[in-house]
Design a protein around this ligand. Structure first.
Ligand code: MG
Length: 193
């Protein structure tokens, strides 16, 4: 297989989309489940929480949430397999203030990387263009559609209750990393080479 440069979001893509929930439930005395997160905006999903209080709490809790996030299903297995074939460029909206906890998480989970870029914003298009990534992996619906349309590359959208909106054919919904691997083999594998 020709080596590919892969652009990969971190939160909800390499990490589990339910990573936040135990922290939210612990802080706010709630019993929210992943199916309750029907909007990427958590304060839209949970209108009963005061948005200001939630935002202040989130900023403070962020490093601990990132430190304790479980990996998404089969992320370790597939990303280690891909690391032998491809370049793994992680492009995340996380800010530089969580740089250390982010690199520590990859080491601790044995998940390989060629490069990790923390953009501090959801504007990933420039980073994807700058690094010339050829496929993107994302869980935020509008990011997935924008990257597909503006960078002109396929985007694999990791399914979650908060991203179940219609998407163009170049945005391919997958449930986990094994499904992503199957798609890459089908599209770029030896049978097509
Ligand atoms: Mg994400």
């Amino acid at each position: 297989m020709t080596p590919l440069r892969l652009g990969i979001d971190i939160d909800g893509t390499v990490t589990s989309p339910s990573s936040l929930l135990p922290h939210i439930n612990n802080r706010f005395g709630s019993e929210f489940k992943l199916d309750d997160i029907t909007d990427y905006s958590l304060t839209a999903s949970f209108p009963m929480l005061d948005p200001k209080e939630f935002a202040a709490w989130f900023k403070e809790a962020e490093p601990e949430i990132y430190r304790t996030s479980p990996a998404h299903d089969f992320a370790k297995e597939i990303l280690n397999k891909w690391n032998r074939l491809h370049e793994l460029y992680y492009i995340s909206a996380r800010g530089l203030e969580v740089r250390d906890v982010t690199f520590g998480w990859f080491r601790e989970h044995g998940i390989p990387y060629s490069h990790i870029e923390l953009t501090g914003s959801h504007r990933k298009i420039e980073a994807a263009k700058k690094h010339g990534v050829e496929i993107f992996f994302e869980d935020k619906h509008d990011n997935a559609v924008d990257i597909h349309e503006e960078v002109g590359i396929p985007v694999l959208l990791f399914d979650a209750p908060y991203n179940r909106l219609p998407a163009p054919p170049g945005v391919v919904r997958v449930r986990d990393w094994r499904e992503a691997d199957n798609w890459i083999q089908k599209e770029f594998g030896t049978e097509k080479a």
